[in-house]
Design a protein around this ligand. Structure first.
Ligand SMILES: [Zn+2]
Length: 279
């Protein structure tokens, strides 16, 4: 027994210091709900008819015009209702956006940005990405892959220490191929995570990770959790980085699925954002 009475519990939940039990209605009463429904219905009807009758905005055409080629018997009609993927649905420059593009041409603004984070297996991950990363790791465990997070959110100051240490050991030119300068790291968004496999660490942080069971599983399944393998082989000129088959970046499942469907492998290409080396 803790001696806590029900009213005390209610006050604790309320947290408003009034001493009054919080009585909250998640939904308006039925009558209000009904009237809201009617209001919404009227509003949507009005916006549809107003465009034509009052000289307002012309109707927005969002569906692609069908190809009207004469005799186009070979036209792809398998997905007649599909609309073009909206690549403007999220910002590519706001650091809190799940579509933010951070590369050697596009540093994080503001430079010392810190995301809101949750802990995933002890590592700080941006709130938007944390549940999906946790699910990916749980499912991978069930497959016997045994991933461990090696790095997730990295602050500006921490990235500076990583980069400076890499420059000291490998020289600046080589360091720039594998480590971001502070303020230019995707890890600072909290949306990126590096995975390793402690049971077979020989390919950790090495391109040969792509050929391990874990690397192959990520290449095949990461998209379904909303992640992309951010630095693919053969795209160093686009991303600015050597292949990193262990570096995942959360973008949300709709975009990850779109990239997979279209065979696009970099954020720079899908968003037409410049990348490559530092200016
Ligand atoms: Zn990384």
């Amino acid at each position: 027994m803790t001696g806590t009475t029900l009213p005390e519990v209610a006050r604790n939940l309320a947290g408003d210091g009034t001493g009054q039990p919080a009585v909250r209605h998640p939904f308006p009463p039925t009558a209000l709900r009904l009237s809201l429904g009617v209001t919404l219905l009227l509003a949507s009807t009005a916006s549809c008819s107003a465009a034509g009758s009052q000289g307002g905005h012309p109707p927005v055409v969002t569906a692609p015009a069908p190809a009207l080629t004469a005799g186009s018997g070979t036209a792809d009609r398998s997905r007649p209702d599909e609309r073009p993927f909206d690549t403007t649905a999220h910002s590519t420059s706001e650091p809190t956006s799940i579509w933010v593009v951070v590369n050697k041409s596009h540093p994080i603004v503001p430079r010392t940005f810190r995301p809101e984070v949750s802990l995933v297996r002890g590592y700080q991950v941006a709130n938007a990405a944390a549940p999906s990363l946790a699910r990916l790791l749980d499912d991978a465990d069930e497959e016997g892959l045994g991933f461990k997070i090696a790095s997730a959110f990295r602050s500006y100051d921490y990235q500076r220490s990583v980069y400076d240490a890499t420059v000291a050991s490998r020289g600046r030119t080589d360091a720039d191929r594998v480590s971001a300068r502070p303020g230019f790291s995707e890890h600072q968004t909290g949306l990126a995570a590096d995975l390793v496999t402690p049971s077979d660490p020989s390919c950790d942080f090495d391109p040969c990770f792509a050929r391990t069971p874990g690397g192959r599983w990520l290449a095949e399944h990461a998209w379904s959790y909303g992640f992309v393998v951010r630095y693919p082989a053969g795209k160093e000129d686009v991303t600015g980085y050597a292949p990193e088959p262990w570096h995942l970046r959360y973008v949300g499942r709709p975009l990850a699925a779109e990239l997979r469907e279209e065979g696009i492998t970099t954020l720079e290409e899908v968003f037409h954002v410049s990348g490559g080396d530092y200016a």
